[in-house]
Design a protein around this ligand. Structure first.
Ligand SMILES: O=C(O)CCC(=O)C(=O)O
Length: 295
């Protein structure tokens, strides 16, 4: 099977793209989880969330998209078929969705906060801001580190990527660069970007093959079911496969850290400030920065 990422076609099972490793068996063993994260850069945990709660959160998101005319009503709402001419939606900061009891009962579930507390070896907190995505046909996320968007607090910060529904390969699942790419120089340069301070593009590249050719490693992805989650740190290169289906790929990504470590102030509070200056003034193209860095 061939999957598309940006301009590239990658054969699943070929040298450039494989399947994510399943770490579900380690879910209650924090030391083993930490060792696995250090080795792979990510943790795929099946049913980390309660699937029924994810189903309820999905419903809230679908109703919001439907109210906005984005769902093709000739199909069951649950199929999330995209209305003709409708675009994607990024509902980051849309509290009418992200702070519903249904949504919070997934991403702020006491059992999830406790799981992170065990993993982090100390009480955990989560950012108030939640990133929620309805990815349309033909779209995908370019390759990036999360640190460029949220690096003002502790770097011991973790993303939990949660599919809000089953996600098959054709629906554009998350993809991560694993298998020991040598990204030291990328970390020292691109990894120090702050998009609000630098007015820089956030994605390092849209071409996944270029990354493997320059830095090594192998892309990995997976199909997902309701309840699954992928956890990773701020310096994991990741993006997504193109959504080749006629349905929205629904997901959210939320952040967790130790409560006693510094917090990036843009993402917490009653009304998080979010990206307050990213697109102000002239944007600096990533190609220009990469030239300066010799990358
Ligand atoms: O869901 C996506 O397409 C991208 C997610 C992402 O970049 C993240 O979880 O940090």
């Amino acid at each position: 099977m061939t999957l598309t990422m940006g301009p590239a076609q990658l054969e699943l099972g070929g040298p450039l793209l494989g399947e994510m490793r399943d770490s579900t068996a380690l879910r209650d063993d924090p030391a083993a989880l930490r060792a696995r994260l250090a080795e792979d850069g990510y943790l795929l945990i099946r049913e980390l969330h309660d699937p029924d709660k994810v189903r309820a959160a999905r419903r809230v998101l679908l109703e919001s998209l439907d109210a906005n005319g984005q769902i093709d009503r000739r199909h069951r709402l649950d199929y999330a078929v995209i209305a003709e001419g409708a675009r994607g939606a990024f509902l980051g900061g849309a509290k009418a969705v992200s702070h519903t009891p249904e949504f919070l009962s997934v991403v702020e579930a006491p059992e999830l906060m406790e799981w992170f507390a065990r993993f982090l070896d100390g009480p955990s907190l989560t950012f108030d801001y939640k990133w929620i995505r309805a990815v349309p046909t033909g779209a995908n996320t370019g390759a990036h580190f999360d640190v460029v968007y949220m690096g003002r607090g502790t770097r011991n910060l973790y993303t939990c990527w949660t599919p809000l529904g089953d996600v098959s390969y054709d629906m554009g699942p998350l993809a991560i660069l694993s298998d020991s790419p040598n990204l030291d120089r990328v970390r020292e340069t691109y990894g120090e970007v702050d998009v609000d301070r630098d007015h820089a593009e956030g994605h390092f590249t849209r071409d996944p093959i270029e990354l493997v050719e320059k830095f090594g490693g192998r892309w990995r992805t997976s199909e997902f079911a309701m309840g699954d989650a992928v956890i990773f740190g701020m310096y994991l290169m990741h993006g997504s496969v193109v959504n080749a289906s006629n349905r929205y790929r629904l997901s959210c990504d939320t952040r967790y850290q130790r409560a006693d470590e510094p917090v990036d102030e843009r993402w917490v509070g009653e009304h998080p400030k979010a990206h307050y200056a990213w697109h102000q003034g002239e944007m600096v193209p990533m190609a220009e920065l990469r030239k300066q860095w010799g990358l």
